[in-house]
Design a protein around this ligand. Structure first.
Ligand code: CAA
Length: 239
C-alpha cells in the first residue's frame, strides 16, 4: 500500500485530497499546523491520522516526515497543499505579509520536498504534487505575495521534475481556481461577487474537484506525466 502525506491536509482542498487518496487505496497522513481540535475531528471522522507541525520550519519538517514514516512507512506521495494568504495591494503590503506568505507557500514546499526526496531517490519512486493557483498564472490584484509564491512553485516543480525523472520521481503542479474553502470564504462578499462574474462556470470549484486532479497525477500509472501544471479553474484562465 502506498503512503501519502498531505500538508494542510485536515481542511479545504487538503482534506478533500487526503480523503480522495484514502478512497483510492493509499495509506494517508494529514499534516496540520493550528486548529488541533478540527484536526482531531477530521481524524475521528475519516480515520486518517493527523500530525501537527509548521511547514515553514525546516527542522520541524524533517522531524515530521520521520514521525510519519515511523508510523505509516516510507512516503511515496507528497502533496504540498499547505498555503496561506495575506492579501493587500502592494502599496499597503507589509514586509511581514510578504515574508510570511513566502515562508509558508514556497519555503514550506522546499522544506517538505527536501525532507522527503532522499527516501524517494533511494527507493526510486516518488510522486510530488505542489498546490499552485490560477492566480499564480494570471496574477491577481491584492496578491503580489501569494501569486509570486504560486508562480514560483511552477519553476521549482519543473526543476524537481528534471532532477527526479531518472529515479521514477515525478513532480507536478495542480493550479486550482477559486474553490469553496475557508480561504476563499474570507474574501469580502462584494469582492467575491466581482470575481465570480469572471468564472465561466459561474460557480466555485468543490474541493473534491481539485482532489481529483491530484489523485490522477500521483497514480503509479501517471509516471510519464512530469513537470506539468494542471489547471482546474472552471475556465477562468486558459494558459
Ligand atoms: N483589479 C484591479 N484593481 C482592483 C481590483 C482588481 N481585481 N480589486 C480592487 N482593485 C482596486 C480598487 O478599485 C481600488 O482602487 P482605488 O483605490 O483607485 O479606488 C484599490 O484596488 C483598493 O481596493 P480595495 O478598496 O478593495 O482595497 P482594500 O485594501 O480594502 O482591499 C484586498 C484589498 C484585500 C486585496 C481586496 O481587494 C481583496 O480581497 N481582493 C481579492 C483578492 C483575492 O482574490 N484573493 C484570493 C483569495 S482566495 C485564494 O487565494 C485561493 C486561490 O488560489 C484562488
Amino acid at each position: 500500500m502506498r503512503v501519502a502525506l498531505v500538508t494542510g491536509g485536515t481542511c479545504g482542498i487538503g482534506a478533500a485530497t487526503a480523503e480522495a487518496l484514502q478512497a483510492a487505496g493509499y495509506r494517508v497522513a494529514a499534516n496540520f499546523v493550528s486548529h488541533a481540535e478540527a484536526a482531531q475531528a477530521f481524524a475521528a471522522r475519516t480515520g486518517i491520522p493527523t500530525f501537527g507541525w509548521n511547514v515553514a520550519d525546516f527542522d520541524a519538517c524533517r522531524a515530521g516526515v520521520a514521525r510519519v514514516e515511523a508510523e505509516l512507512g516510507p512516503i511515496d506521495v507528497l502533496v504540498n497543499n499547505a498555503g496561506i494568504t495575506r492579501d493587500a495591494m502592494l502599496h499597503k503590503m507589509s514586509i511581514a505579509q510578504w515574508r510570511e506568505v513566502l515562508e509558508v507557500n514556497l519555503g514550506g514546499c522546499f522544506n517538505m520536498c527536501h525532507a522527503a526526496i532522499g527516501g524517494m531517490r533511494e527507493r526510486r519512486f516518488g510522486r510530488i504534487v505542489n498546490m499552485g493557483s490560477v492566480n499564480g498564472q494570471s496574477g491577481q490584484a491584492g496578491q503580489a505575495n501569494y501569486a509570486a509564491t504560486k508562480a514560483g512553485l511552477v519553476g521549482f516543480t519543473k526543476s524537481l521534475a528534471l532532477e527526479g525523472a531518472s529515479h521514477n520521481i515525478t513532480a507536478n503542479v495542480v493550479a486550482p481556481g477559486y474553490t469553496d474553502t475557508a480561504m476563499v470564504g474570507a474574501v469580502a462578499p462584494e469582492v467575491m461577487a466581482r470575481i465570480l462574474a469572471t468564472i465561466p462556470a459561474g460557480r466555485l470549484a468543490t474541493p473534491a474537484e481539485i482532489a481529483r486532479g491530484v489523485v490522477f497525477l500521483v497514480a503509479d500509472e501517471s509516471g510519464f506525466v512530469n513537470g506539468i501544471t494542471l489547471p482546474i479553474n472552471g475556465g477562468k484562465y486558459m494558459a
